[in-house]
Design a protein around this ligand. Structure first.
Ligand SMILES: C[S@@+](CC[C@H](N)C(=O)[O-])C[C@H]1O[C@@H](n2cnc3c(N)ncnc32)[C@H](O)[C@@H]1O
Length: 249
């Protein structure tokens, strides 16, 4: 085997946030294996790549990765394991033919990404696979930019968590960190609003939907949203005001 598997962050949506390195690797790679979450859906990561690189001469394989809760230390559902294994076998098929393979993943591979599940699965099957990770712009960075608000400064502590965690874990994180980045908020808005109200943090929370895309929307009045936000939504809870601005004025 001599093909290399590239696991590449595509950024959160704006193709201009693809790194030069990502674009160069996608452009030269003959095979792209792209994940999508909905059974009959399409890959957002692949759509981002397609705006910057022609896919015309490439082998493109889109694979369904079920969106189900995964808890560290617990075995995932059989359908999830089967999807990871299938993706790993597909990648190995092309790598064994000496072809490089790209796996685009939304945002950055380091943050709640299927990229590492694919990597771990491949390493479990074979130990001779060349894999390279290429970082991308994380969604929270794009949300921070949309709000012109830092995620952390000075001695502040940050937590990045899915909003689907239990109330107890969320309460604890809301209490102990200066900035809390809540991901996957779309299905649990009522619960999050309640927790933020109880922690007296409603005035510190802003939702960013589809950051960095034409559909970008921000909302600071979370209890006034008339419908559930899109899956691509993140809430940033920042407790501290800007000390610099206060000092200067
Ligand atoms: C499976 S996680 C992927 C995170 C990604 N790997 C990253 O680095 O940001 C999916 C979550 O990322 C966030 N997200 C992804 N794209 C976004 C965008 N354009 N705007 C706001 N949030 C986004 C949402 O919270 C969404 O539920």
């Amino acid at each position: 085997m001599s093909g290399t598997l590239y696991i590449i962050g595509t950024g959160p949506g704006d193709p201009q946030l693809l790194t030069l390195k990502a674009v160069n690797i996608f452009a030269s790679c003959p095979v792209i294996i792209a994940p999508h979450g909905a059974r009959n859906g399409s890959s957002t990561a692949l759509a981002i790549v397609s705006e910057a690189v022609s896919l015309a001469d490439k082998t493109v394989v889109e694979l369904h990765f079920p969106m189900k809760k995964i808890r560290s230390g617990h075995e995932p559902a059989p359908e999830i394991l089967a999807a990871w294994r299938h993706a790993a076998e597909q990648a190995l098929y092309y790598l064994d033919q000496d072809q490089n393979v790209c796996f685009p993943t939304l945002g950055d591979p380091a943050i709640y990404s299927t990229g590492y599940y694919l990597y771990e699965t491949i390493c479990g099957i074979r130990d001779d696979v060349a894999v390279e990770f290429v970082p991308g712009v994380a969604a929270m960075s794009s949300c921070s930019a949309a709000l012109a608000t830092p995620i952390c400064l000075g001695d502040e502590m940050v937590a990045v968590i899915p909003a689907t965690f239990s109330d107890d874990r969320l309460r604890s994180v809301l209490e102990h960190f200066d900035t809390i980045v809540l991901m996957k908020v779309h299905r649990v808005m009522d619960r999050i609003v309640e927790l933020l109200k109880n922690a007296d943090l409603m005035d510190h929370a802003v939702l960013v939907e589809k950051a960095g895309t034409a559909g970008e929307r921000t909302c600071a009045e979370l209890d006034k949203l008339s419908e559930a936000p899109h899956y691509y939504s993140t809430i940033i809870v920042r407790k501290n005001p800007s000390t610099v601005r206060t000092l200067i004025n």
